[in-house]
Design a protein around this ligand. Structure first.
Ligand code: ATP
Length: 311
């Protein structure tokens, strides 16, 4: 079956990487005589609007391809879920972290990713995380993770640091993350969290990192939840207590071998429906986008979504 492709590009993703790869993608599409239409996003939030509007047109045999980073894919999924039809999505990674591509096991090389998309004749059904805040009935969706505490504070600190754009211009983006890790490790206190997972109840008095994920990776390739699978129908949650630097280094070295669940400061929870309650004001992030600093009372579960890829 010949599909046509509607391509949404966030040219700013990956510090301009998405814009750089497009001419190469375009020449492959022209060479292979593939039917496509391309649009670029003009502002943050635009990808959600474009994806929703296009899906609502309900064109037969059309696939929506997103070119950008995890944040761009996040926006597109949320737009598609707001539409009245389930249009299959595909993705060419061009961001800086690209954790979704890692988690799915697809190529991070744009041309190979394009070949994997064009070779797909039917969608792979993957999990997408869903959450509802108790004070608002609107569901939100995530492809990677939701984090409260450490990872979210790093996202917020990095985004608001005046150093970020200077370092990005010098292609030293990783340095701004390192600076943020030092800042957050030194300044963020622990907080109380309650978790309900079906019949299981968990609690931590001095939580520092709370990450609920759809697959193993966060932070640009860190295997925080090595047991998580993108099509398991379940989410995995890791809670880590406030750590000393020594514990942090020890945990990181265990994490490299996938052995950190065994540490007494770590709790690992797997479930289909997970509720998180944090009463103090903490930073939150979803797929690397800021959720702000506030209390959290979120219910999580998983939905299935068609994703065009031949692995
Ligand atoms: N035209 C635009 N102008 C400004 N921001 C945009 C535009 N289009 C999309 N965005 C925003 O850009 C943000 C960053 O994009 P994205 O996360 O995809 O790239 P990245 O941060 O480089 O990649 P990754 O998350 O994989 O590290 C997204 O939050 C999205 O809302």
């Amino acid at each position: 079956m010949a599909f046509s492709y509607f391509i949404i590009i966030n040219k700013f993703a990956g510090s301009g990487n998405a814009a750089k790869i497009w001419p190469h993608i375009e020449s492959t599409l022209l060479e292979k005589n593939v039917a496509y239409k391309m649009v670029t996003s003009d502002y943050a939030g635009h990808v959600t609007e474009i994806a929703k509007e296009r899906a609502n047109q309900h064109r037969n045999d059309e696939i929506i391809i997103v070119i950008g980073g995890d944040g761009t894919l996040h926006e597109a999924i949320n737009g598609l879920k707001q539409s009245s039809f389930e249009v299959p999505i595909a993705y060419i990674p061009a961001g800086s972290g690209n954790d979704f591509a890692r988690g799915l096991g697809m190529s991070k090389d744009p041309q190979t990713a394009l070949s994997q998309i064009l070779a797909a004749t039917k969608p792979k059904i993957i999990d997408v995380g869903r959450y509802v805040a108790q004070d608002s009935p609107t569901p939100h969706y995530f492809v990677n993770n939701v984090g409260i505490g450490f990872d979210a504070a790093i996202v917020a600190y990095t985004n608001h640091s005046p150093m970020k754009s200077k370092l990005n211009r010098l292609h030293l983006g990783s340095l701004s993350y390192l600076t943020s890790i030092f800042h957050v490790m030194s300044n963020q206190p622990g907080f109380k969290i309650d978790v309900v997972n079906g019949q299981q109840v968990a609690h931590m008095d001095n939580a520092f990192l709370v990450t609920l994920s759809n697959h193993p990776y966060f932070g640009g390739g860190v295997k925080i939840l090595p047991t998580a699978k993108i099509d398991s129908g379940e989410l995995e949650l890791i809670l880590i207590e406030k750590m000393t630097w020594l514990q942090f280094i020890h945990m990181y070295s265990l994490m490299l071998r996938g052995k950190h669940y065994s540490m007494p400061i770590v709790q690992h929870i797997v479930g289909k429906n997970i509720q998180l309650q944090i009463h103090s004001a903490e930073q939150g992030q979803v797929d690397g986008e800021e959720l702000g600093k506030h209390a959290f009372n979120f219910d999580f579960d998983v939905i299935k979504y068609p994703f065009m890829i031949k692995l």
